[in-house]
Design a binder for this molecule. Structure first.
Ligand SMILES: O=C(O)c1ccc[n+]([C@@H]2O[C@H](COP(=O)([O-])O)[C@@H](O)[C@H]2O)c1
Ligand SMILES: Cc1cc2nc[nH]c2cc1C
Length: 347
């Protein structure tokens, strides 16, 4: 069995105790189903962790960073060099994700998946660079198959390590100028939906800039008819997307819940779940990105994000904001009285 086959051999979520967990939630001191989706999360976490009292005490955010050769075709409003600057900002604890992580008590790790700069001198960075950014996908596949598979496996081993170090919840996030283009192409091929409906302004675009992005991405899409998930990943990139997909699969394998951020992270989830659909039940979709491709993924995966805050930053910001909801779901099971005791006391 290849390493990839081993990673993809994920057992389906064991639902043996589902009725029992549902009964525990139903028996809490509240009107039936009155805590709505928090109740669903409680059951999901109990099944994932295989414990009647699941807990989220050591959440960990993994922010994967990578650059995209396609930016040389002018698909992004910001220059590629912003990827390095934001990696430095994340390392300095000054990005939105760091601020939110402090609020919710999460640890943050930043990973160089494929930034187009030598970052070997950066302290505190996880050095996992596969290449100095992807190839320009308008001319060539963004990466070759070996690079795509390596990135999946490296992402998986980073998540596995975080879990071995004690993380009981993994949040995924990314940073990469140009990666909304890679995400749009992946969504188009794997959902599948017309390319035009998958393309949005990304980190920001003038109407003219967005029209140019549509044109370039149509040319990229016309270069290949790939629909196989691994092939699509290799054709369109990028390294941070591949590593997030691998990390998601490793979480499912380790029975750890994994929180999915915005549109780029969700595109990585789409790749992972096309490769191993059983991993779906370990995923928590945190928030509805305003980027149009996000809703297409949610529909394709029959997922409903927890939050809708008009966000589109990335970095794992939305995933972090879902942590208190997950902790509330755990507290429902551990801290709330039983309805029968309340009713007996009132009799
Ligand atoms: O998370 C999202 O839904 C999201 C939506 C649009 C843009 N982003 C962020 O913006 C960057 C990609 O945008 P772009 O325009 O450079 O392709 C990348 O660093 C992402 O983290 C993130
Ligand atoms: C400033 C900036 C911060 C980001 N964080 C994630 N993606 C980003 C894109 C930009 C442009």
């Amino acid at each position: 069995m290849s390493k990839l086959d081993t990673l993809l051999a994920i057992p389906s979520l064991d639902r043996t105790s589902q009725q029992q967990m549902q009964a525990a939630v139903d028996g809490k001191a509240k009107p039936p189903r009155a805590l709505g989706r928090i109740e669903e999360l409680a059951v999901q976490l109990a099944l994932i962790q295989n414990k009647p009292l699941p807990a989220v005490r050591r959440p960990q955010l993994l922010v994967f960073a990578g650059d995209h050769g396609l930016t040389s075709s002018g698909v992004a409003a910001f220059p590629s060099a912003v990827t390095v600057s934001m990696v430095d900002t994340l390392l300095a604890g000054r990005a939105s994700a760091n601020a939110f992580a402090r609020v919710v008590g999460a640890q943050v790790s930043v990973i160089d998946a494929g930034v187009a700069a030598d970052l070997s001198d950066r302290q505190g960075l996880i050095h996992a660079k596969i290449a100095m950014g992807t190839q320009d996908a308008s001319e060539h596949p963004a990466m070759d198959m070996d690079q795509a598979v390596s990135a999946l496996l490296v992402g998986a081993s980073i998540a596995t390590q975080a879990i071995a170090n004690g993380a009981d919840l993994i949040c995924l996030g990314e940073m990469g100028i140009g990666n909304s283009s890679a995400a749009a192409l992946i969504i188009h091929r794997l959902s599948p939906a017309p390319l035009q409906s998958c393309v949005g302004p990304g980190a920001g675009h003038s109407p003219e800039g967005l029209a140019h992005k549509h044109k370039v991405l149509a040319k990229v899409a016309a270069r290949t008819e790939a629909t196989d998930p691994l092939d699509v990943l290799a054709q369109f990139g990028g390294y941070e997307i591949a590593m997030m997909a691998g990390a998601l699969l490793a979480c499912a394998k380790a029975r750890v819940a994994v929180v999915i951020d915005g549109v780029i992270c969700s595109a990585a989830a789409l790749v992972a779940l096309r490769l191993a659909p059983q991993a779906r039940e370990y995923c928590i979709f945190a928030h509805a990105s305003v980027e149009p491709g996000h809703k297409i993924i949610m529909d394709a995966l029959q997922a409903k994000p927890l939050l809708d805050l008009d966000m589109r930053v990335g970095e794992g910001t939305g995933a972090l904001l879902a942590i208190p909801l997950l902790q509330a779901a755990c507290a429902l099971l551990s801290d709330v009285a039983d309805l029968k005791d309340v009713l007996e006391a009132s009799a």
